[in-house]
Design a protein around this ligand. Structure first.
Ligand code: ADP
Length: 169
């Protein structure tokens, strides 16, 4: 798997699957979640509603998939990141699960390219360096047959530098 780091808006970057840092309601929110629903259109929210009606809320660390609506992608994978709460071990495991479960879902859908935002590093307050390390570790650990490229989309110079430094190491 090739790993790429890009600076920009995840809704503008082409990938087979775009990962959304959703909240457990699956009904949209602010930050990257808001941007994805705005740019993707109503079909994404309609599918999220159906999933909710079927299985209830999405648990932290888990992932579900919908169509990508108007986004330059086939799928949106919605995963719920942990709210940082000073229990570093628990938060780290839950964040690792987000990456693992999103990659598993992508693999099952025969996705070739997948883009990730910095899950939990906005309003959910996860320390950016630790979050990036977990993201890179989980991607490197993942055994994939189908996924050819993983794109870490950074929304600000700070994250871009953090990821680039980690990948140089
Ligand atoms: P969370 O609630 O999981 O912390 P946020 O949406 O608040 O989610 O932030 C997650 C990360 O996504 C942050 O690093 C934020 O800067 C970034 N982000 C916000 N909007 C976009 C966007 N349009 N494209 C890519 N990343 C974004």
């Amino acid at each position: 798997m090739k790993i790429e780091v890009t600076l920009g808006d995840i809704t503008r970057i082409k990938a087979d699957a775009i990962v959304n840092a959703a909240n457990s309601s699956l009904l949209g929110g602010g930050g990257v979640d808001g941007a994805i629903h705005r740019a993707g259109g109503d079909t994404i929210l309609e599918e999220c509603r159906k999933i909710r009606n079927r299985q209830g809320k999405c648990k932290t660390g888990e992932a579900v998939v919908t169509t990508a609506g108007n986004l330059p992608a086939k799928y949106v994978i919605h995963t719920v990141g942990p709210v940082w709460n000073d229990n570093e071990k628990e938060s780290s495991e839950l964040l690792a699960n987000c990456y693992k479960n999103s990659l598993k879902l992508a693999e099952s859908l025969a996705v070739k390219t997948i883009s990730f935002p910095g899950i939990s590093t906005g309003v959910y307050g996860f320390p950016k360096e630790l979050a990036a390390k977990i993201a890179v570790d989980e991607v490197k650990k993942f055994q994939s047959k189908n996924i050819e490229k993983v794109i870490f989309v950074c929304f600000g110079d700070e994250n871009e530098e953090i990821y680039k430094k980690l990948l140089r190491e």
